[in-house]
Write a protein that binds this ligand. Sequence first.
Ligand SMILES: [Zn+2]
Length: 529
Amino acid sequence: MTDLLVADARIVDGTGSTPFRGAVAVEGDRISRIIRDGQPEPVAARRIDASGLVLAPGFVDVHQHSDATPFVEPGMGSMLRQGVTTVVVGNCGTSAYPFEGAPERAAAAGADAAALGLTWTRFGEYLDAIDRSRPALNVAALVGHGTLREAVLSGDQRRVPAREEMAGMGERLRDALQEGAVGLSTGLIYAPGMHATADELVELASVLAEHGGLYASHVRGESDHVFDAVTECIEIGRRAGVPSHVSHLKVESRPMWGRAGELLALIDAERGRGADVTADQYPYTAWETELAAALPPWTSPQELPDVLADPTARSRLRSSMETGEPGWDGLGRSIGWDHVVIGAHLPAPEMTGRTIAEITAERRLEPFEVVAELLLADPYTGMVGHGMREDDVRTIVARPDVFVASDALAVSPDGPLGRFAVHPRYYGTFARVLGRYVREERLLSLEAAVRKMTSLPAERFGLAGRGRIAEGAAADLVLVDPDRVRDLASYDRPHAFAEGVELVVVNGRVAWDGSAGERAGRALHRGEP
Ligand SMILES: [Zn+2]
């Protein structure tokens, strides 16, 4: 018996091949049949007329930070309503496993881990907890190098790990890979990832070679040092003998503007020399992160009182943040303080949306002093940097092989994060590519865009049987109105759902059809069919 039939659709199957008219039948959690136009349709418990609409595999978002959100926001609305059916969490060096430190991270995402009874010692138990939360979307996870390092290294992180500490990190990673983790992530502009040498990362990444999985990196700099940083990422993969992946590829400093094509050429050249490297991108000209990332590696929010009190350290902090230092980019020079916008700031929500330059002028302070004050009041203050240029974003969007990924958390206007400033990519990423860049600007074909949202990322991250419309594949589907799909979220009004996504099916169940349906997502284990 066919449970669901999506009929009369224009099918874009995720492989990049020419769209065709037909119907897709679903039985249980699988695609049971593809019926070409003209062939008789099976009788189905539910038949959806999709004439005029595009049916694609559900989108696979390999750069997500929804590690804890299934426990507080299981509807995962902002992603569901863009047509995403699978997310990969644990990016940029931070993950929910190992558990040491997880309560603090859950709190930062708006959850009280203890109250929710969230504890796990093994990676597999984390995936079990995801399953118990009944998320709307499928969730796969990387293991964050920063989280591993904090779990194993006690005391100061600004050092080379001892032998037994390297072994401890490797052991935890090995266990997680055996229990379904899809790889290792690093965040090399954040503490403690920034304190790791390439040798440390190669040694740890080598564990991936034993079990499969990829090395995904928020590279060591995306401003003036982006060429060296991307090269380092590729080199780590090569030395460890594992696939490497550059997260949220971009050029984000004024001196680098206009050079996205050169960066892509660097990747192509490395591939020509045998490197196994891929990348993803979110289609916006601003990034979002924590304000603490504005501090150079030698200090931290906790150490600011001492730094500010010591004249030598204070002037070093000023010059580092203004002009940078060897191997590290200062925001003042790279994008300018008028392009740095304050994000969520709990002690004074009215600061959100203002630029560092504005506050600097108003308070007659220097930018580094404003940043320090904000961080002293709230070390988790967020920031948005309008640091990229549209032509560079477009150059990368146009590439058929760079995946679309959001770098978001799944949120909703009514959820626990609904009152905070978030980046519009949380709601708009996939719809923006389809609406703005495919329909309006014709930067790439619909089938090429769908391919980099589906089969390419699913294959690369070991999500077997997903990302394609094929008989026997997982029934993760999205039905899009190609004339209407668009993002509505803006920097000023980010909590706005995308438009034009008519139906989302997750594991054969209708998750969205104009109103929220079943929550049928599950934790995915690497390579599991
Ligand atoms: Zn990142």
